[in-house]
Design a protein around this ligand. Structure first.
Ligand SMILES: Nc1ncnc2c1ncn2[C@@H]1O[C@H](COP(=O)(O)OP(=O)(O)OP(=O)(O)O)[C@@H](O)[C@H]1O
Ligand SMILES: [Mg+2]
Length: 315
């Protein structure tokens, strides 16, 4: 029942290849200097927490999340719960970093533990516990399975991920896990935050940096999940590739001596060698056709990426 229709592969072949190439470059550059790694990790701790909690409805801004996590400051006008959510999420990421290793095998206990950390002191009655009643997801095109099925489905899904019968790559596995997990909806609350943590365990055991689903992409993310509920993974795969690529680019740019020069598309199209306008280059970026990533609302790419695309067009 977990079998995935892999039709999306036709469109994403080049994107997957590019991401795997980047992973190789990153792995070859490891170990990164401690100071570099420390800086990126701290930035990710804040960004990952802000984005994941914001998708869930937490109103702390990126800057406020940073103040809460790094300075231990309480933000006026924000509830205790919102502060707890930020601290809890940080704690869960730190726990996740401890769990990751090359031969990591996914298991229910780790998932429950991470969920326990996410909801600690907020919804203690649900923290780390599978739901024992029905749930609905607002805006979703389906109703999650009966509570009596949850434990069995979750075990089956974990087994599917660990045995990987369809030979999926790391990004595909993380994406399929993400969708099937929220389809099961094992918990009364905190499913989204938990899955956005656990999917990264799956990516990180292969050396990928954690992928962050941006709060700005919330509508796109929900639409992609609805499409996946209908058996079509195209949108969700693309979204996960984009999230992974953004993180890879941040890591790769931080390698000492890196010459990657990512710039906003608006300034790339000013270069005389670039024959395209901003609309078209943005479209190529959104479709995953060129090496690009999103920061806030803007897309970033390199001159080489666009020139490469022109050179390889039609091949
Ligand atoms: N149409 C959909 N189909 C499947 N899953 C969905 C759909 N819409 C949303 N979801 C998932 O359900 C999650 C919400 O579930 P829940 O409220 O338990 O999680 P949360 O962590 O409290 O909040 P959030 O997930 O919004 O951060 C979403 O984040 C998303 O992952
Ligand atoms: Mg919720």
């Amino acid at each position: 029942m977990w079998d995935v229709d892999t039709k999306y592969r036709q469109d994403l072949e080049q994107t997957f290849a590019r991401l795997l190439d980047k992973l190789e470059v990153l792995n070859a550059a490891r170990p990164l200097p401690n100071i570099v790694l420390q800086n990126i990790k701290e930035a990710f701790l804040v960004e990952w927490t802000y984005n994941s909690n914001s998708i869930e409805g937490n109103t702390l801004s990126l800057r406020e999340t940073q103040l809460v996590l790094q300075e231990g400051i309480t933000v006026k006008g924000k509830s205790l719960r919102e502060h707890f959510e930020a601290k809890n999420h940080e704690f869960a990421i730190l726990k996740l970093y401890q769990l990751v290793k090359d031969d990591y095998v996914l298991n229910a206990k780790d998932i429950l533990d991470l969920h326990g950390l996410v909801l600690r002191s907020i919804e203690d009655e649900y923290a780390g516990r599978l739901r024992n009643g029905g749930v609905r997801i607002s805006g979703a095109n389906f109703v999650p399975p009966n509570a009596r099925k949850v434990s069995e489905y979750l075990d089956d899904l974990i087994d599917y991920i660990n045995t990987n019968p369809q030979g999926l790559n790391a990004i595909e596995l993380a994406t399929v896990f993400h969708h099937k997990f929220v389809w099961i909806h094992p918990f009364f609350d905190g499913n989204g935050r938990t899955v956005r943590l656990v999917m990264n365990l799956l990516l990180m055991r292969y050396g990928f940096p954690p992928a962050i689903i941006l709060a700005n992409d919330r509508a796109k993310y929900y639409a992609a999940l609805n499409q996946a509920n209908n058996g079509n993974y195209a949108k969700l795969m693309l979204l996960m590739c984009q999230a992974t690529e953004r993180s890879l680019n941040i890591y790769l740019s931080a390698i000492p001596g890196s010459d990657k020069d990512y710039q906003a598309i608006s300034s790339i199209v000013e270069e005389p060698e670039i024959p395209y306008g901003q609309e078209y280059v943005s479209l190529l970026a959104r479709q995953g056709k060129i090496d690009a990533h999103k920061e806030g609302r803007n897309w970033y790419t390199t001159k080489e990426a666009v020139l490469n695309y022109i050179q390889n067009k039609g091949k």
